[in-house]
Design a protein around this ligand. Structure first.
Ligand SMILES: *[C@@H]1O[C@H](CO)[C@@H](O)[C@H](O)[C@H]1NC(C)=O
Ligand SMILES: *[C@@H]1O[C@H](CO)[C@@H](O)[C@H](O)[C@H]1NC(C)=O
Ligand SMILES: *[C@@H]1O[C@H](CO)[C@@H](O)[C@H](O)[C@H]1NC(C)=O
Ligand SMILES: *[C@@H]1O[C@H](CO)[C@@H](O)[C@H](O)[C@H]1NC(C)=O
Ligand SMILES: *[C@@H]1O[C@H](CO)[C@@H](O)[C@H](O)[C@H]1NC(C)=O
Ligand SMILES: *[C@@H]1O[C@H](CO)[C@@H](O)[C@H](O)[C@H]1NC(C)=O
Ligand SMILES: *[C@@H]1O[C@H](CO)[C@@H](O)[C@H](O)[C@H]1NC(C)=O
Ligand SMILES: *[C@@H]1O[C@H](CO)[C@@H](O)[C@H](O)[C@H]1NC(C)=O
Ligand SMILES: *[C@@H]1O[C@H](CO)[C@@H](O)[C@H](O)[C@H]1NC(C)=O
Ligand SMILES: *[C@@H]1O[C@H](CO)[C@@H](O)[C@H](O)[C@H]1NC(C)=O
Ligand SMILES: *[C@@H]1O[C@H](CO)[C@@H](O)[C@H](O)[C@H]1NC(C)=O
Ligand SMILES: *[C@@H]1O[C@H](CO)[C@@H](O)[C@H](O)[C@H]1NC(C)=O
Length: 413
């Protein structure tokens, strides 16, 4: 907890990747007896006034109350009350040296017209389903980041990013975890999995130790050519060509995602002092903000919202960057692969980069300011320039000496 807090502090004013509803139930002795952090999405179908079937989706809010939650020696209840008379509860029981969740009861009040508009009924409906949270070792947290959807006639519930410990002993949350089968790395495809119902492993693993599966190296991302126009009928005001890959680090896990230009849509805005480029693909949304500081421009902010392979949504960004600097009216170019650390959790890799966020004329890039690493491009002109400068200095010195000699000679005569 402290570590997480410190990390957030260090990263600064960023949105943390996953929220979720976090609660702590305390027993009669005022000690923690049940901890839960989880995300739940509901999909509910109900009858509307016009005889039609309506369907709504909503999330379990973070603002809940715990009335009705209780902890006993061999059974406990987590009850989350929210909104106008809705509740979601989970019952746990001890089975030997394990515990399990026996049922989930979701009650929803159809009279709440903000959630269920035009409902024909004004009743509160309850559905009870059975989650697959079984064989959790006592004194361990049950952890499951993968999604589990539990379907019922009129309600589908999707649970993910679940971290629960029932029967907490001594008021201290356990460092040990029981991880759900869906989160474990899939073994080599040699052994076909015949069990359809994903059971929970009963092995206790010491502390958060996510699998360190090596991420396969991705191919170089394709170079996208992105053009922004103030309106359909005018010429471009912002040009950007690049291949982009983002690297996302969450705990011990690291994942890289390429931006596929073929499925990317471009939007944004051009201003005199600031321009924005927004790229949206099926896997991520990337926002670039460029600043015009009188004579020079720079990439000032970049943020990324991406869908990770776990299904989790990652969002992070930095609004105080100074990258891709060049003078206004020129473009910035870097052909080599570049690796930028945007935040602690986010890095960006660019390939064949050329951008011009201000002062674009006739839909083409202006003179390019090349990045220092493109040394073949910039070193030769520097050497040639230095040599020329040296030559000029020599010529000038020779001239001055020559003139002085003639002058001195003239005077002695
Ligand atoms: C629940 O999910 C099933 C399968 O995806 C779908 O057919 C059904 O319409 C869903 N029900 C609700 C209420 O969303
Ligand atoms: C609604 O459905 C019931 C039967 O399902 C039918 O008797 C009734 O006429 C319908 N009302 C409207 C307004 O369609
Ligand atoms: C949960 O619901 C929200 C809004 O209803 C939606 O934006 C989000 O994508 C859903 N998440 C999942 C994992 O279904
Ligand atoms: C619920 O609806 C019924 C009829 O549809 C009505 O008689 C009853 O008063 C309503 N109850 C509330 C609490 O609104
Ligand atoms: C975690 O598990 C290890 C070994 O399995 C054990 O020694 C340790 O006491 C456990 N810690 C807690 C807090 O239960
Ligand atoms: C774990 O489960 C296996 C079967 O799935 C069982 O044979 C084994 O005894 C269990 N281990 C413990 C510690 O309960
Ligand atoms: C573009 O501008 C011209 C004249 O400036 C106008 O005739 C034409 O309709 C405009 N086209 C669009 C798509 O706005
Ligand atoms: C993108 O589209 C081009 C042609 O439209 C195709 O040649 C290329 O393979 C596609 N790239 C990807 C990554 O799908
Ligand atoms: C950049 O900003 C300066 C003043 O801050 C302004 O004069 C100039 O026109 C701007 N350049 C562009 C291309 O908008
Ligand atoms: C741009 O910045 C300059 C000076 O910083 C300011 O005078 C001008 O109003 C700004 N223009 C816009 C459009 O914000
Ligand atoms: C991403 O950029 C948008 C627009 O600049 C901003 O509103 C949002 O707060 C940024 N998000 C992060 C995580 O920095
Ligand atoms: C990115 O750069 C950092 C330091 O410059 C380096 O440690 C890291 O390995 C690089 N990442 C990749 C994927 O090249």
């Amino acid at each position: 907890m402290l570590r997480y807090f410190v990390l957030l502090l260090a990263v600064g004013s960023v949105i943390h990747p996953s929220h979720g509803t976090e609660v702590m139930v305390k027993g009669e002795d005022d000690k923690l007896c049940l901890y839960a952090k989880l995300m739940v999405n509901f999909s509910v179908s109900y009858e509307a006034a016009d005889n039609k079937s309506n369907s709504v989706q909503f999330e379990l809010p973070t603002n809940v109350t715990l009335d009705g939650s209780k902890c006993e020696a061999n059974s406990s209840t987590l009850k989350l009350n929210f909104g106008a008379g809705h509740s979601w509860s989970m019952n746990f029981t001890v089975k030997g040296n394990m515990y399990q969740a026996d049922s989930i009861t979701f009650s929803y009040n159809l009279n709440d017209s903000t959630v269920f508009p035009m409902s024909a009924s004004n009743e509160t409906v309850s559905v009870t389903v059975r989650p697959h949270i079984t064989d959790v070792s006592m004194d361990t947290c049950y952890s499951c980041n993968s999604k589990e959807t539990i379907e019922d006639e009129s309600v589908n519930q999707t649970l993910w990013n679940v971290l629960i410990q029932a029967f907490v002993s001594n008021g201290t949350q356990s460092e040990n975890m029981t991880t759900c089968a869906a989160d474990l790395p899939t073994p080599a495809p040699t052994a076909p999995n015949t069990t359809t119902e994903a059971p929970v492993t009963n092995s206790t693993t010491p502390a958060p130790l996510p699998p360190t599966t090596p991420t396969p190296t991705l191919p170089t991302p394709a170079t996208g050519k992105y053009t922004l126009k103030p309106d359909a009928n005018s010429t471009a005001c912002l040009l950007a060509n690049f291949g982009l890959r983002v690297g996302i680090k969450q705990g011990e896990k690291y994942e890289e995602i390429n931006l596929d230009p073929n499925v990317t849509t471009v939007s944004g805005s051009c201003g005199a002092n600031s321009s924005e480029l927004v790229l949206v693909s099926n896997t991520m949304t990337v926002t670039f903000v460029f600043a015009n500081d009188t004579k020079k421009f720079r990439l000032q902010a970049m943020n990324v919202t991406a869908k990770l392979s776990s299904g989790e949504v990652f969002s992070d960004g930095n609004v105080s960057l100074s990258l891709w600097e060049a003078s206004v009216g020129s473009s910035y170019m870097c052909n080599k692969e570049q690796n930028y650390t945007i935040t602690r959790q986010l890095s960006a890799f660019t390939f064949d980069l050329q951008v011009q966020p201000f002062g674009v004329k006739k839909d083409v890039f202006s003179t390019a300011h090349e990045c220092p690493l493109d040394d073949t491009g910039i070193l030769i002109p520097i050497i040639v320039g230095a040599a020329l400068a040296g030559l000029i200095v020599i010529v000038v010195i020779a001239y001055v000496i020559g003139r002085r000699k003639t002058y001195v000679g003239y005077q002695t005569l």
